[in-house]
Design a protein around this ligand. Structure first.
Ligand code: ZN
Length: 333
């Protein structure tokens, strides 16, 4: 029941971004089973698409598509970007991931296609081979976005539309880092007791190999930290893990609960809006509360005074009690 509500919510947030005429058509296309996994790596629930090619793709593959340039693949977020009617039509004309792959992967050798956990290097090699060099097409076929230079007429279902005029912000990448997230750990409430009467809590954030931690608050179950912890975001980021520990001078520190932070809504919004200082204050994304995450309530991503920020309230998991309030801010590279 909760899952169904969540999907409906997300879906209508998403649909509000499309023009009325395109809504129904794109809705049908998105619900097609082949479009529920990434056309390039098979990752579930892709939230990006290339109307130039006509495929739905995941964020990681999207990063690679951007490097091909908009002539080969212009990418749009299905949750955030405004779509032109002709871009929706282009997706519909191709007919979905299976249809596109029946052309682009017609002669795909075994073992070449990467999986959802593939490295950026593996993805890049495959995606360039597939769309730029078109190595897996039927012999003699060549698909070009510029029809005057096409070596052969593409089949109708893969005819390619010119990119629309709507601008897409670039995902900049400096030394494999796409930007930084500044976490302000605001406060804890009703934390668990690990010593005789109280605890000496501190918070640890982990993203990949990176760790950052707050100071230790002595004998306090409702500590106010107001401390900033900054993490670099690599291109193939995952969840940020938040853990609360009780400092113990004489033995190993005890765990006081944990929670996973999904940073994808923040990053998807940040990538789509690029230079947030060009926009007024508004809501640009949302991480929805559900039974399978630690959110106390829906967490919105907002532009505030030219900065992209998200307020998050987390119910600590694997512990008897405890809430952590924090704020996340996107720092572009
Ligand atoms: Zn993918």
């Amino acid at each position: 029941m909760i899952v169904a509500c969540k999907q409906t919510n997300e879906f209508w947030t998403l649909m509000n971004h499309f023009g009325y005429a395109g809504k129904k058509k794109l809705k049908d296309l998105l619900q097609q089973s082949d479009n529920r996994t990434c056309a390039d790596c098979g990752a579930h629930d892709p939230k990006w698409a290339s109307p130039t090619i006509g495929v739905f793709i995941c964020l990681k593959c999207c990063g690679v598509h951007r490097t091909l340039g908009p002539n080969v693949s212009k990418v749009l977020s299905v949750t955030i970007d405004d779509w032109a009617d002709e871009e929706i039509d282009a997706m519909i004309e191709v007919g979905g991931n299976d249809s596109a792959n029946s052309i682009y992967e017609a002669h795909l050798p075994e073992g070449v296609k990467p999986g959802p956990d593939a490295s950026i290097a593996q993805r890049t090699k495959f995606i360039r081979s597939k769309y730029e060099h078109q190595e897996f097409l039927k012999p003699g076929l060549k698909i070009s976005s510029n029809k005057s230079t096409a070596e052969a007429s593409p089949p109708k279902e893969t005819s390619v539309r010119a990119p629309s005029s709507s601008s897409v912000q670039k995902l900049e990448c400096v030394d494999g880092v796409i930007g930084h997230l500044k976490f302000t750990i605001l406060q804890g409430a009703n934390l668990a007791i690990r010593d005789m009467l109280s605890s000496d809590p501190y918070v640890v954030l982990t993203l990949g190999e990176q760790k950052a931690q707050t100071t230790i608050m002595r004998s306090n179950l409702n500590p106010i930290w107001n401390e900033e912890l900054t993490l670099s975001v690599p291109q193939d980021y995952g969840l940020v893990k938040l853990q609360v520990f009780d400092y113990d001078r004489f033995s190993a520190d005890d765990i006081m609960g944990d929670a996973d932070i999904d940073i994808q809504p923040m990053l998807t919004s940040a990538v789509a809006y690029g230079d947030a200082s060009m926009f007024g204050d508004m809501q640009i994304g949302k991480w929805l509360q559900s039974h399978d995450n630690a959110l106390l309530e829906d967490s919105t991503v907002n532009i505030v005074d030219g900065k992209i920020k998200q307020e998050v309230s987390l119910q600590l998991q694997n512990v008897e009690s405890g809430i952590i309030y924090l704020e996340i801010e996107w720092i572009p590279p």
